[in-house]
Write a protein that binds this ligand. Sequence first.
Ligand code: FAD
Length: 455
Amino acid sequence: MPTVGIVGGGILGTTLALRLAQAGLDVELIERAPSLGGLADRTQLGGYDIDRFYHVIVPSDERMHALVDELGLAGEMSNAPVGVGFFIDGKMYPFNGIGDFLKFPPLSFLNRVRLAQFVVACQLRSKYDDLEDTPLIDWLQKLSGKKVTDRIWKPLLASRFDGNYGDLPATYLWSRTRRMKSARSGKGGAEEFGALRGGHQRLIEAAAEAAQAAGAKVSTGVPVTGLLMEDGEVRGITTEDGERRYDLVIPTLQPPALKFLLPPELQPLLDAYPQRYLGVVCLILLVKESLTEHYSVNICDPTPITTIVETSHVVGTDHTGGNRLVYVPRYCDASSETFGLTDQEVYDRFTEMVAKLSPALTPENVIDWTVQRAPTVEPFHAKGVHPREAPRWPKGAAGAPIKGLALASAAQIYPRLLNGESVVQLAEEVAVDVAGRLGAPSPVPVPATTGGAPA
Ligand SMILES: Cc1cc2nc3c(=O)[nH]c(=O)nc-3n(C[C@H](O)[C@H](O)[C@H](O)COP(=O)(O)OP(=O)(O)OC[C@H]3O[C@@H](n4cnc5c(N)ncnc54)[C@H](O)[C@@H]3O)c2cc1C
């Protein structure tokens, strides 16, 4: 059977390795870090193993639930209704379902109606083509009015996109609003989230074990330094210890990491991808007492953080000795001032804001804290860039496909948002495609697609 080298052991690379091994291909998964997981890896805090970033599975995450079942982890899922808060004008308001919405004090009745009008318009719309060239802010002002846009949407967008969101197309909020609708359990319109005991990392480990049982080789602690090129074809990869040869190489890295693997003649491949990427700086607090009754908080006042997420509302406290976990992320460009802050500066700046949201944040309440950073989390899909999806089978300068290379990365997912569900779906689509081209049987039933629309 042909040999396939997959670079990157996050959810994408590991699911791809599993599916291609199940198809009978001779697969090796190569990960730079000592453990698999990437953004879904674990870290340690206060002596406990915890998620490096917060991860939930929503009820409509079909492929994630299917993978959880297939790997025998269904009994490890916990589900909980979660609450969302809104912090605006120095006050916190619950925002869970129609009851809270109808009496949401920061907006007048008329503006509440206009906000509802926007949400309903997103949910009723199944196509997004004509939103692609519509500036998001224009669309928001048209549907929900200037007051709601200025008071609610602009602050939320500013903290989510590091102050720079003017180039977003209307598609972004359409896609996001539809995903959040799919998280609603129905009862009073509140959201329900699920999480795996041990985090997403648990799923990745189980997928890697299943891939190995199906014949795949998994190599961790091996940074790939480049693609091995011969006669204009990709014949394998290079590492610090030499070269490894494969019939097909599939890097699963997003472009800011992929660029270090591409030889000069293949650098133009990066032009087909978005040009801006957001990273994240995330303070994690281990506290004795809950900071907020809400799972997450939308912040509409000026803020150095994007949100706060108290994951213990979903993941429980069994694995943290009864203590609670609160994640405080700021999405930002890797070149931003925030990304360059020291851990102590992050702690000081972020907790000053958290203290405004929660009187329970006192020095005595904090048991331990850590700061996690990732320079590349997701692409910024600016308005007017077409096509949206960089090719899976890239072509060289002569216009012919580059033999031995397929590209699969989260930067090719659009307009769905980036999360485990869309990444697993991409991995499975790529696996079917690759197996077909290499003459192997199809590894998974092709999932019914929604024409690219989010669930
Ligand atoms: C703060 C935050 C919250 C999130 N919340 C959720 C959530 O609630 N639910 C959800 O489903 N998703 C969530 N996500 C998204 C989810 O984590 C990602 O979509 C998913 O983990 C991306 O997987 P990936 O395999 O594409 O990329 P990555 O996880 O980035 O994997 C890429 C891998 O490639 C490796 N690599 C890089 N360079 C090399 C090299 N040269 N050689 C070898 N290996 C290399 C990296 O070490 C890494 O392991 C969240 C993400 C963040 C940051």
